[in-house]
Design a protein around this ligand. Structure first.
Ligand SMILES: NC(=O)c1ccc[n+]([C@@H]2O[C@H](COP(=O)([O-])OP(=O)(O)OC[C@H]3O[C@@H](n4cnc5c(N)ncnc54)[C@H](OP(=O)(O)O)[C@@H]3O)[C@@H](O)[C@H]2O)c1
Length: 261
């Protein structure tokens, strides 16, 4: 990429997405990337990360969320409008990061949604594709975009927000209420967990940690009817877990208890 192209891109992102002025020193501040930062657990993670002094690349789907986030804290939030199911996700995110940050210390793959068809009769393979796209292919693209920047951090962590419904063992043993979750959601989150394992194994030699976390039953648009936890509470617990965790290739709940794969 030529210097001219780089400058044009930085200018474009400053105008469209709202981002740091060129030349600001970003090197001291820890940097996080959070997907699905517009609402729910992702927004709470963003709030908690700001309290902890992070510069946050906030991946959101709507331009309204970009505008809103930019008014909240333009110095410490770099909003990027991106649907992680789009084919260009890796390229767009990588270009954005190249123009805005030197490294990434923490990536949280949080964006996601549920499905509607329950049981094998209700399972629509088109919907399954959508769930794979957001819970598995999306996080893979996001990791690929962030990896060169994560490698520049001395203690990088990748956290995949999974679900207890992604535990093969708990689904097999009926430990989770299987009638409360679709095949598509359970299969897609189990795939995300496998991605966690593959990546943790490959990156262990580089000292990078990769974990799957179940956020609990959280009161969000997506959350279950028996949700018992506020998004801020869940987000704080997840970040405390990330701060204190010394292992890689693990699946834990936000309280720090190990879950079976
Ligand atoms: N809530 C719970 O009890 C619970 C339990 C277990 C696991 N989880 C997991 O936690 C994560 C967050 O869920 P939540 O409860 O916070 O749900 P939520 O309030 O519905 O928020 C989901 C977020 O993901 C974003 N998103 C969805 N599809 C996207 C895409 N293709 N590209 C970019 N962003 C996308 C949404 O953006 P828009 O605002 O544009 O729609 C929204 O910001 C999900 O992965 C979910 O599976 C939640």
């Amino acid at each position: 990429m030529t210097d001219q192209n780089m400058n044009d891109r930085k200018k474009k992102f400053r105008l469209i997405e709202g981002s740091k002025e060129a030349g600001e020193n970003l090197s001291e501040q820890p940097v996080a990337v959070v997907t699905g930062a517009g609402r729910g657990i992702g927004r709470a993670l963003l709030n908690q990360l700001l309290k902890r002094g992070y510069l946050v690349v906030a991946v959101v789907r709507s331009i309204n969320h970009v505008r809103e986030l930019f008014t909240i804290d333009p110095k410490n939030i770099l909003p990027l409008r991106l649907d992680i199911t789009e084919a260009s996700t890796e390229e767009v995110l990588k270009e954005f990061l190249e123009g805005q940050v030197e490294r990434v210390d923490l990536l949280i793959n949080n964006a996601g949604h549920g499905a509607t068809g329950f049981g094998i009769e209700g399972l629509d393979t088109k919907e399954l594709e959508k769930l794979f796209s957001v819970h598995c292919f999306g996080p893979i693209k996001v990791v690929k975009a962030c990896l060169p920047f994560l490698r520049k951090s001395p203690q990088a962590v990748i956290t995949n927000i999974s679900s207890r419904f992604g535990s093969v063992e708990w689904v097999a043993t009926g430990t989770v209420p299987n009638d409360q979750s679709t095949y598509s959601y359970r299969i897609a989150k189990a795939s995300l967990n496998m991605f966690t394992c593959c990546l943790a194994d490959e990156l262990a030699g580089e000292g990078m940690k990769v974990i799957s976390v179940d956020p609990g039953k959280v009161k969000t648009r997506f959350g279950p009817i028996d949700a018992d936890c506020e998004p801020e509470e869940s987000a704080e617990a997840i970040l405390n877990l990330i701060d204190t965790n010394k292992e890689t290739g693990i699946f834990k709940n936000a309280k720090g208890e190990k879950l079976p794969w």
